[in-house]
Design a protein around this ligand. Structure first.
Ligand code: ADP
Ligand code: ZN
Length: 615
């Protein structure tokens, strides 16, 4: 039997497996059905591609997205593996030719759209050849409970049943709640499968929340910091995309844009400019990104807060797929909450729902929005917040998010907390945050008067605090169950489970809160000295390398990519270029030691890169 380590190096250029990969591969090779749940960028593809090279016959990969198939097949061809795809982007003649080649045994791996599975030609083909594995990518699409249910995925089992021999079935996804996981096993009829779940955490991503007064200036500063590198900027509306893009173009930056209001032609064109690094910066609405597999995106900036953590993590997760450090920055503004609230209240997407069902959906969306808003408010570890949202254990200190790198003072806020809670209790828990803040600060605006809040005994008691500070405290009290923010159309602040104990004047109870001491993050080194940082970087990051050399390699990569007509990251990833800068290989043997340089790629490109490296 072929040696899997040898193949890993030869075709993919890697010398070690990542977490979960080897177990999944061994399981498939021993003939067991296999389910892999791994976050984006963890390296799922190799888990079925490598066994496909080792097994007799053909591996069919079922994948929902045409763009993804094209990318994967191009990547395989670059690595010297014979692969093809069958989907609606091919003309009928191209399709028949591809099938004929497949029958002749030219391909080891064939990507196919689920819609094809019950067509006569495809079935006839499948009966004649030896299919050793069916691998289902994005397997959560079988579940109605997942985010992107695809009815055509339900055809997979019938197809498998129709085959003369049952192949090994493997399935992969990045997202799976318990229900979705059960659905995948059950609907795909996986036979006593090996199931591997490697957590949600993406250790190479740095998370930050900022609340700048001038968002555009903050954005500009970041974009300049990432000088020339690839990034995505997500905006909440088409209008915002247009504005931000136009302004960045005026700065002379290589940006393009994407939203549902553009023509098909322009969207396709702009997307390609981005993927091929012609315009490495993309400004887009959330319509952009499905199936974008660009591995060298170094930053994702959210110009507006998205509607929930699911969307945020998915969009932010498009950064750093190559495993190199990348940043995910959210620029929060209070208006973002209002806009999202408006979208929820005017939900037009679900017009087949009854009023009652619609109300349930809205309620759920408001609850999700609230959790997203708290992400922007918390002073605790951002990564832990996300992991806990998805039901995973976070250890409250990652050392790689803006909160973990900010120095905080812990202050006692028992006194103001008592005023806040008292004010809310006395006004019978009827009002929203703004009115409570105005009351406590002693405002005499019309609403305060109309609601007679100026008669509340707590009126004006916290006049010495600024509005943001007071809001911060109220948010902190909400996060810690002293208060509840209702999710109705008009959010009201009510007392939470912990309020009573505090209000009853039990003198032992104190409320503390972390307040940022300084805005600038402290350096990682000083944290390390304090024995706290737990991030270790096995390899040098882009920050540490010779930038001039890196740029030269990048230019060469661009040239070769243009010649080959493929995106630059399919030639070599940023990570591979970084390693070249660190290791300075000067011979074929040394070049092959670089992670990401396999034999076929060496034959194609190795010497060109060696020439630059040894100049
Ligand atoms: P996923 O499908 O899980 O999102 P991919 O299969 O696209 O992830 O892999 C993400 C990146 O990680 C790719 O650039 C891939 O080449 C790289 N990769 C996969 N396995 C390894 C490995 N064992 N060592 C180093 N890099 C790897
Ligand atoms: Zn953290």
């Amino acid at each position: 039997m072929k040696d899997k380590y040898k193949l890993l190096k030869q075709y993919f250029g890697y010398s070690e497996f990542r977490e979960g990969q080897e177990t999944l591969i061994d399981s498939i090779l021993s003939g067991h059905d296999t389910l892999g749940i791994m976050p984006t960028g963890a390296g799922k593809s190799i888990c079925y591609q490598l066994p496909a090279l080792m097994m007799e016959g053909i591996t069919l990969v079922i994948s929902p997205l045409i763009s993804l198939m094209k990318d994967q097949v191009e990547a395989l061809n670059q690595a010297g593996i014979h692969a093809a795809y069958l989907n609606s982007s091919l003309s009928y003649n191209q399709y028949l030719t591809a099938l004929r080649y497949a029958k002749e045994g030219r391909y080891q791996i064939i990507y196919v759209a689920p819609e094809r599975l019950d067509t006569a030609e495809f079935l006839a083909f499948a009966m004649q050849v030896n299919i050793s594995m069916v691998s289902v990518d994005e397997a959560h699409c079988v579940s109605q409970w997942g985010q992107d249910f695809r009815p055509s995925y339900l055809k997979i089992t019938n197809f498998i049943h129709a085959l003369p021999h049952r192949p090994v079935v493997s399935a992969f996804t990045a997202t799976a709640t318990k229900t979705v996981k059960e659905d995948m096993v059950c609907i795909l009829q996986l036979n006593n499968p090996t199931v591997i779940t490697t957590g949600f955490d993406r250790k190479n991503l740095f998370f930050a929340v900022e609340k700048p007064k001038d968002k555009y200036q903050a954005l500009l500063k970041h974009v300049h910091e990432f000088d020339g590198q690839s990034g995505i900027i997500y905006c909440i509306s088409r209008k915002a995309v247009e504005e931000v893009c136009e302004n960045l173009v005026k700065e002379g930056l290589p940006v393009t844009r994407y939203h549902a209001g553009l023509s098909d032609y322009e969207r396709k064109h702009n997307q390609e400019d981005f993927i091929y690094d012609v315009k490495p910066i993309m400004v887009a609405t959330n319509a952009f990104g499905m199936g974008i597999d660009k591995s060298n995106v170094r930053y994702v900036i959210h110009y507006n807060m998205p509607k929930n953590i699911e969307s945020y993590y998915q969009e932010a997760g498009r950064a750093g797929r190559d495993g190199e450090p990348a940043k995910c920055i959210l620029l929060y503004g209070g208006q973002d909450v209002v806009t999202n609230q408006f979208f929820i209240d005017n939900n037009m997407d679900n017009n087949e729902l009854s009023d009652e069902e619609l109300e349930v959906v809205k309620e759920r969306d408001r609850e999700r929005l609230k959790k997203m808003t708290f992400y922007c408010m918390t002073n605790e570890c951002l990564r832990s917040y996300i992991l806990m949202y998805f039901g995973e254990y976070g250890d409250n200190y990652c050392g790689n998010c803006s909160n973990c790198l900010t120095q905080f003072d812990t202050i006692d806020i028992t006194e103001p907390a008592l005023e806040i809670l008292g004010c809310i209790r006395e006004s019978h828990e009827r009002y929203g945050m703004t009115l409570i803040v105005d009351t406590l600060r002693g405002s005499n605006n019309a609403k305060v008067k109309r609601c007679r809040m100026d008669e509340n005994v707590h009126y004006g008691k916290l006049a010495h605090l600024t509005i943001p500070r007071l809001r911060q405290m109220i948010n902190h009290l909400i996060l810690n169950d002293y208060l509840i923010l209702t999710t109705g159309e008009y959010a009201v602040v009510k007392l939470g489970v912990n309020a009573k104990e505090l209000l009853d004047g039990d003198s032992d109870v104190t409320v503390t809160m972390k307040m940022a001491k300084e805005y600038e993050p402290v350096s990682k080194d000083s944290k390390k000295a304090a024995g706290k940082a737990r991030v270790s970087k096995a390899v040098a990051s882009l920050d540490d390398v010779d930038r001039d050399l890196f740029e030269k390699l990048r230019e060469l990569r661009m040239e070769l990519a243009k010649k080959a007509g493929v995106p630059p990251y399919l030639i070599f990833s940023d990570k591979t270029l970084t390693q070249m800068c660190v290791l300075h290989p000067s011979s074929k043997e040394e070049m092959l030691e670089v992670s990401g340089v396999g034999e076929v790629k060496y034959e194609r490109y190795g010497e060109d890169f060696l020439r630059v490296l040894t100049r």
